[in-house]
Design a protein around this ligand. Sequence first.
Ligand code: 2PG
Ligand code: MG
Length: 435
Amino acid sequence: MSDARIANVRGRRVWDSRGRPTVEVDVTLKGGAFGRAIAPAGASMGSGEAVDLRDGGARLGGYDVGRAVGAVNGEIAAALAGMDVADQAAVDGAMIARDGTANKSRLGGNAIVATSMAVLHAAAAARGAPLWRHLAQGRKVRIPLPEIQIFGGGAHAARRVDIQDFMVMCPGAASFAQALEWTAEVYLAAGAIMKQAGKLQGVADEGGYWPAFRSNEEALDTLVAAIRKAGFAGGGDVAISLDVAASEFGHGGSYTLALDNRKLDTGAMIDMLGRWCAAYPIISIEDPVAEDDAEGFVAFTRAHGDRCQVIGDDFLVTNAARVQKAAADEAATAVLIKPNQAGTVTETRAALEAGKALGLGTIVSARSGETEDTTIVDLAVGWDAGQLKVGSFSRSERMAKWNACLRIEEMLGSDAVFAGRGALGFCHRSEGTRA
Ligand code: 2PG
Ligand code: MG
């Protein structure tokens, strides 16, 4: 292995899939190895997330990252100079200490996460290994079950519908490649249905069709129709997954479904989602209630967690302590893992390992603001997360990630094990579905 001490850290402004500025970081090691990563950005964010540093003001909608890039090239570069990238925890710890805030708001979650991931890439490069293999360290890993959006909504589509992500999962597929092919058929069929109905109006932030629906249920009905049209009966091989992202339209136990013109309390919200679970082939629901509704999470998981995966996203914000508490309270059966919610690779991994150790499903996830950076795919495979959420099946910031995972599956050849149905997290271990 070449000299793995950091010679140079360089940040720059690049642009994300919403046309907004974001932070890219290059890390060069003394031995010449190189790593690069770009910070993604969320739109529907948990209040407990690491906070991005943005310039504010009128220019570029306030989204510019001049100060965050300055932090990379100034304080962060100085703090990391000479450090060994083989010790990711020490590098991340140095940035956390230098930042000095609980939410990384001084140097910026965007500056810190891009640097942390660039350091990880440099460490893999120094060992001459693909990142996923570097992370697997010889352990057996699975190719994740993908969760793929067909209709966008919520904060990603000007709140045209309340529910944020209408997705499909293909637990019956034999491989990642087959899951993508089946999803492509569903995406195609959904587009044809929207066109025929005169409702094809482009795509939302993550590439799912723009949700020109009269009700949230109409979106579900259309998704079922698309699954059928694509040749799948629905429920077995191809099923539905939702990200309700309920923190966007509810707090204090009160939920306002603007499209349906309904106000619901927590109990009514859980009942409505329960009716959907009975009427539609839904196998996974993310953030069914708001991040401040811990009792709602417990009640929903108790009612439906035996047949529907219950994912905490805004609720758990990739935080190991919150994951541990949620597992102890049986407030979720799975945890979404987003590196920029935690802010460093080390903390992201801690949240994922906490989830796995406690029998929760783990889903590595992109953000609604993305780039060509495919680091999360390596994390999902190398850490054996079992599930991967990247957005829809269009737009190259999404397809770059699906395609990266296809290449890993091909590289593994006959050693590739597709996580499939077994990766889903449920309440009861009796099916042996949780590894
Ligand atoms: C989510 C993500 C991705 P955002 O809520 O899970 O769909 O959205 O990045 O806007 O938080
Ligand atoms: Mg979410």
